[in-house]
Design a protein around this ligand. Structure first.
Ligand code: NAD
Length: 262
């Protein structure tokens, strides 16, 4: 199947490592032109160079904090200036800290909403004007927690639920411009974030890292963590012209971990 991505321009947020980087790499492998950003100039430049060397694609490295509206406006403007168009946006940012209703402060909730909900809103607001004439596609990266809230992650459970409402409403309102808006939620996927969490759990419990990772995979029907590339391939398909009749949907890439029937 041809995904129809050759020559298309994709902007990928929070992409120096982990899921964002894997998504940027997959777009490049499919012949898209890619702009990718994160907060650290050195890291994003190195990630972009590695993808460029591997794929031969045009890859632009930009520095921005997903929480800052002015940064977002700038990276969108720089992408359009460099490539002359913007067809695809993939929103992403770091995850909020763990905690519970009783241990977290109101400010923690405000910060999580800023990091995961308002950053998504700001990225969408910045790109839509560039997509209205030619159509476009937006994919938000959230979490399995939008369908099955995760224990100890009340900040993620709360802020990401808002992203789903935003996605569904935007899909309805922007469909007439041929702008598709979808959400993809990862289950446990082997990135630095998961490895760091497992490492600290292993230290606390006095067990090996491998053992902590195996515990992470318990309850997943496929019996293992996902790999970033497995997640990225779904995001890139959903974002691509090949998925031209798909909008307003949430798709989980979780090895079957979500237990609901629908
Ligand atoms: P990661 O820590 O491996 O990578 C995060 C990336 O985001 C890095 O490039 C970092 O520099 C960048 N980043 C963080 N905050 C940023 C900001 N404010 N502005 C710009 N860039 C920023 O994490 P990951 O595993 O790739 O996770 C990506 C997202 O998916 C997170 O929100 C995470 O909570 C969520 N998620 C991950 C998993 C998983 O298993 N990996 C599962 C569910 C949800």
């Amino acid at each position: 199947m041809d995904l129809g991505l050759a020559g298309r321009v994709a902007l990928v947020a929070a992409a120096s490592k982990g899921l964002g980087r894997a998504v940027a790499r997959e777009f490049a492998r499919e012949g898209a032109r890619v702009a990718m950003f994160s907060r650290d100039q050195e890291r994003i430049t190195a990630a972009a160079a590695a993808i460029r060397d591997e794929t031969g694609a045009e890859v632009l490295a930009l520095t921005a904090d997903a929480r800052r509206g002015d940064d977002i406006e700038r990276v969108v403007a720089e992408t359009v200036r460099a490539f002359g168009q913007l067809d695809i946006l993939v929103t992403n940012a770091g995850g909020p800290p763990a905690g519970t209703f009783e241990t977290l402060s109101e400010q923690d909730f405000v910060d999580a909403i800023e990091l995961n909900l308002l950053s998504t809103l700001r990225m969408c607001r910045a790109v839509v004007p560039h997509m209205k004439e030619r159509g476009g596609s937006i994919v938000t990266i959230t979490s399995i927690s939008v369908k099955q809230p995760l224990d100890g992650l009340i900040l993620s459970n709360t802020a990401r639920a808002g992203v789903v409402g935003l996605v569904k409403s935007m899909a309805n309102e922007l469909g007439p411009y041929n702008i598709r808006v979808n959400n993809v939620g990862p289950g446990p996927t082997r990135t630095d974030r998961i490895l760091d969490l497992a490492r600290s759990r292993a230290e606390r419990a006095g067990i090996l890292l491998d053992e902590a990772l195996r515990a992470n995979a318990r309850g997943i029907p496929l019996g293992r963590l996902g790999e970033p590339e497995e997640f990225a391939r779904v995001v890139v398909f959903v974002a691509s012209p090949a998925a031209s009749y798909l909008t307003g949907q949430t798709i989980l890439v979780d090895g079957g971990l979500y237990r609901g029937a629908l």
